[in-house]
Design a binder for this molecule. Structure first.
Ligand code: MG
Length: 391
């Protein structure tokens, strides 16, 4: 199952930020788009993301994104309307054949991983789901004289947010059909899906997941971000330890890198002892159990599993608690194989899985001077530490 995220950032709305489209406005240390983008790209379920931008914003887009990202496709040009921009984005994603897509407005930078989780969970039950919040305000209909003509029943009324998630083929087909039928007045993706007859589930969004529209919205958001940044985080540390024994085979997986060797490591998964210790260190920092609890070795789903999945899940759990990974440090204890030639590849792979800069990743190795089970070359041990800042 491949999940794509399509971020719609092609709007020219400059009400909020003067001459600048609001998605490029500054929000604390970063821009609105960079913050939105970070939430989606850091989510472990998102395999690929693409941003629909306006031609005039190319330079602003590259400044906001700041370099390349392994899961980010080249930006696509939006159209005259949101509907056209989304269609362009869906067409650009089509060659990648994702199984599902989340469409999200760039101007909603306070999206959380939990809301993404809820929309994705609903897509396991049906072809469409959107984040939304039940209406809390009383609704009035205005008469021509500006006075109240009626008070409306708000029961069953929701405010639609994004992300809006769909089975990819179904929503692309719906968008193409709407265009062919001349329906270009549909203001969100759910409206296109409804028009095409697709059922769409409402799942709980969040009051914080607002769309920044006016200068007032932006000023309030900037104040909230600055206040949060000024609040010192709580520093947490966690440690992990793991051992796997050697068995017959011709390669080992260590810290996400495949290394040819005279033996393999034995285990239910790929037996990547380094990533297992590191996964436990991250879980330890947030007091969230251990790898064996989340990925039991009695579960056939994890037989032969690539251990980066475990590590990505632990990183997701950290971020879901409002945590930032400050640094991680892994020590491998073995006589063989030699680690030094692979150290940089290991750091790069861990940095990629955790979505943090490589400068925050350390991989070290030591022998045990021929002593103990590692010294007798019976297996490999790994220790890891992780530091997390919770806000
Ligand atoms: Mg293990």
């Amino acid at each position: 199952m491949t999940t794509a995220a399509l971020i719609v950032a092609a709007g020219r709305g400059t009400r909020a930020a003067g001459a600048l489209p609001k998605q490029y406005a500054q929000l604390g240390a970063t821009s609105v788009l960079a913050r939105t983008f970070g939430v989606l790209l850091n989510h472990p379920a998102i395999d690929v993301a693409v941003v629909a931008i306006a031609e005039a914003d190319r330079a602003r887009y590259h400044a906001a994104i700041g370099g390349s990202h392994p899961r980010l496709a080249a930006p696509v040009l939006g159209g005259a309307t949101r509907q056209r921009s989304v269609l362009n984005g869906l067409r650009a994603l089509a060659p990648l054949a994702p199984s599902r897509v989340l469409v999200h407005d760039a101007a909603r930078p306070f999206l959380t991983a939990e809301v993404v989780d809820r929309v994705l969970a609903a897509l396991d039950r049906g072809p469409g789901a959107i984040a939304a919040v039940p209406l809390a305000d009383t609704l009035k209909r205005a008469g021509p004289d500006g006075r109240i003509a009626a008070t409306l029943d708000r029961a069953d009324l929701w405010r639609a947010q994004t992300p809006q998630g769909f089975g990819f083929e179904a929503i692309l087909k719906a968008y193409e059909a709407a265009l062919a039928a001349g329906r270009e007045d549909l203001t969100d993706d759910a409206a296109v899906a409804e028009w095409a007859g697709l059922p769409v589930e409402l799942v709980a969004g969040s009051e914080a997941n607002v769309k920044l529209t006016t200068a007032e919205d932006l000023a309030m958001a900037a104040r909230a971000v600055e206040a949060a940044a000024a609040t010192p985080g709580e520093v947490r540390t966690g440690q992990g330890f793991d051992v796997h024994r050697f068995a017959d085979g011709d390669h080992v997986w260590l810290c996400g890198v495949r290394i040819p060797h005279t033996h393999a490591l034995e285990g239910h998964s790929d037996a990547d002892v380094g990533l297992h210790a590191l996964t436990d260190a991250l879980l330890g920092a947030i007091g969230d159990g251990d790898i064996g609890q989340h990925f039991p070795n009695t579960d056939p789903r994890w037989r032969g599993a690539a251990s980066h999945l475990f590590l990505a899940d632990a990183a997701h759990r950290v971020r879901a608690r409002g945590g930032t990974i400050s640094n991680v440090d892994v020590t491998l204890l073995c006589e063989v194989p030699k680690i030094a030639p692979h150290r940089e590849a290991m750091r790069a792979r861990i940095a990629e899985v955790l979505a943090v800069d490589i400068s925050r990743i350390a991989v070290k190795a030591t022998t045990t001077e021929g002593l103990g089970f590692t010294g007798r070359r019976e297996g490999i041990a790994a220790m890891a530490m992780a530091t997390v800042v919770l806000r």
